[in-house]
Design a protein around this ligand. Structure first.
Ligand code: GDP
Length: 296
């Protein structure tokens, strides 16, 4: 997803090649180029500004590192600051609570919620040896409930049945009771999304979230939707106490910069990346690795 940005950034660093020091003028020129690269990659303006202001302040007065060229020193600074702005460290799921730890996912229709619920269920089962139950509180689309049932069979994870005639909060309360009785470690809750943000959906999910009181409320963002993804994340984040973000479809060829802006804009960590349609195509988000991949 970041191929284009990688190329753009590499080009911006070229202005420092062969220079024997980091002067005010060559740093400014490099920063101008980086700004253009980030804009072209669809990184949100306010994020670019905060990021480059920091880079500029630190770069002027920066001593060229031992064994490094001025260009490499500057790239290292960009790497450090970019890592900070997209998250700093790895933030995994917080499951430290009386079981079952409830994880609820929210997002627009088509963002990848149901797929992500199944991927996380599989991840927790395989990697962390957790006993996982999944439930769908999407009472608007019978197909969504069926989709989760099919996926849960595929990954051999227990599925708590629900129907479109049930109330979402009752579905989750019943699933929780069942999970407690059967000693499940984790209960994953899929929720209804719409094609666009609408007030009714936001109100419903707010009420549901309050009642369910999950330890993790994850917002699922389709990284292919660019700045729209950032906008949607903002709206959901204002309405719900989100604990993290899942960026889906990062295997696509979208410009990707918008998605990288989310952490700074809503102040919540990206926890997972969806990297394909398959059930095991989920990665923990490693800011450092993403940045070093991005810088090529
Ligand atoms: P929901 O409406 O939010 O529950 O979205 P779905 O889980 O049904 O996903 C919508 C579509 O996106 C499906 O075709 C998924 O296979 C696809 N999808 C979800 N996550 C990813 C991902 O990380 N990469 C790719 N390539 N496709 C994904």
């Amino acid at each position: 997803m970041f191929d284009n940005l990688t190329e753009l950034l590499q080009n911006s660093f070229k202005v420092l090649q062969g220079k024997n020091k980091l002067s005010e003028s060559n740093v400014k020129e490099a920063i101008r180029k980086v700004r253009r690269a980030l804009l072209e990659a669809d990184v949100a303006l306010e994020v670019i500004k905060v990021f480059l202001d920091k880079v500029q302040i630190k770069a002027l007065g920066l001593k060229v590192g031992q064994g490094l060229t001025p260009s490499q020193t500057f790239i290292k600074l960009v790497e450090t600051e970019l890592t900070k702005i997209i998250g700093g460290k790895v933030e995994s799921l917080d499951l430290k609570t009386q079981p079952p730890a409830i994880i609820m996912v929210a997002g627009l229709q088509g963002a990848g919620k149901t797929t992500s619920v199944a991927k996380i269920a599989f991840y927790l089962k395989q990697r962390e040896n957790k006993k996982v139950l999944v439930v769908s509180a999407d009472v608007y689309r019978p197909a969504a409930i069926e989709q989760l049932e099919v996926l849960s069979k595929q990954i051999e994870v227990d599925f708590f049945p629900s129907t479109i005639n049930d109330k979402p909060s009752d579905i989750v309360a019943n699933a929780k009771r069942y999970a407690q009785k059967q000693f499940f470690d984790v209960l994953l809750v899929d929720t209804a999304g719409r094609l666009h943000i609408d007030e009714q959906m936001m109100n419903e999910i707010k009420i549901l979230q309050k009642k369910v009181d999950p330890i993790e409320t994850l917002f699922v963002i389709d990284s292919m939707t660019g700045q729209d993804a950032v906008h949607t994340a903002k709206v959901f984040s204002n309405a719900l106490p989100l604990t993290g973000v899942i960026l889906t479809k990062t295997d696509g060829d979208a410009r990707g910069g918008a998605a990288l802006s989310v952490r700074h804009i809503i102040g919540k960590p990206i926890k997972f990346l969806g990297v394909g349609e398959k059930i095991d195509a989920l990665e923990l988000f490693h800011p450092e690795r993403v940045v070093s991949r991005l810088l090529g």
